[in-house]
Design a protein around this ligand. Structure first.
Ligand code: GLU
Length: 282
């Protein structure tokens, strides 16, 4: 099967650093911040609300997950304490618009860097490499992409996962696109759909939840490379530069590994090593 892009992975260096300038001020592009000075103001940060292990709004109203920890670390480097962060839900299909409108200063929401999105937003990172995979019922016969043709498959509107299915992985699948992944997972449990597709990082988090334990299995296919970036408003080179420095520091001071262990440990998700800033695995 020729679907395993990861096997022939090559790398391309993003010209992220080259676009950053030494001058410029925050004030020009201070979207998502309620004050130009980090001292007393708040910063709005886009995350997912329903993805266990990555971005999850908990019953007590607090937030947890790898993206939440990355966002909190980055915000700290930008001068904002945890209580100055206001998390905002940015669903897959809403991310580009949320940045363009200035609803949030940056987005850390399992947001893959790709050329299409780079026309509308800028990215810092990458900070994690994931791969598209399939989640099926524990007793399912579906084990590869071509098994999906004619099957009811669920993914989310505005995701690379849905796009890859249509373009290459299984154009003949009966693709249902929901608003968020938790709806797909509920559909898998009820039998409304035969499989769910998105990043393995996300699927592993759902599969490990108490309410689903033992019911689902991941196919383990590595159908794509998903390089997670931090999205910022198009043209905000100064913020990209600062976030890249923050991400580099997060890896070098071991906070990145701590966040991995804390958030992926419970699901047993075997993540890739920390990516190099500006290096995209194709
Ligand atoms: N990482 C993929 C994307 O950015 C899938 C996960 C998501 O929808 O957030 O589209």
């Amino acid at each position: 099967m020729k679907l395993r892009k990861a096997a022939a992975a090559s790398v391309a260096v993003l010209a992220l650093a080259a676009t950053a300038t030494a001058c410029g001020s925050d004030d020009k592009n201070d979207s998502g911040s309620s004050s130009a000075s980090p001292g007393g103001g708040k910063i709005k940060v886009g995350i997912k609300y329903d993805q266990p292990g990555l971005g999850l709004k908990q019953p007590d109203g607090s937030f947890a997950g790898f993206d939440v920890d990355v966002a909190t670390y980055v915000a700290k480097q930008l001068g904002y304490k945890p209580d100055q962060i206001e998390f905002v839900e940015t669903k897959s299909a809403d991310r580009e618009n949320a940045l363009a409108r200035g609803d949030v200063k940056f987005i850390a929401a399992t947001y893959s860097i790709n050329d299409e999105r780079k026309k509308k937003v800028d990215f810092a990172g990458p900070y994690l490499l994931a791969h598209q995979d399939l989640l099926v019922k524990a007793d399912s016969d579906i084990s590869k992409g071509t098994d999906l043709n004619g099957k009811k498959l669920c993914s989310v509107t505005g995701s690379t996962s849905a796009q890859n299915i249509k373009d290459t992985i299984a154009p003949k699948a009966n693709l249902r696109q929901y608003g968020v992944y938790s709806e797909c997972i509920a559909g898998l449990q009820s039998g409304a759909v035969d499989a769910v597709t998105t990043d393995d990082s996300i699927l592993a988090g759902f599969a490990a939840q108490d309410k689903y334990k033992g019911q689902f299995k991941l196919a383990g296919l590595k159908l794509s490379n998903e390089n997670y970036g931090i999205g910022v408003k198009k043209g905000d080179a100064e913020t990209v530069k600062k976030i890249n420095a923050a991400l580099e520091k997060m890896v070098s001071d071991k906070s990145w590994q701590e966040a991995v262990d804390k958030n992926f440990g419970p699901s047993g998700y075997k993540n890739e090593p920390a990516p190099k800033i500006g290096v995209i695995v194709q």
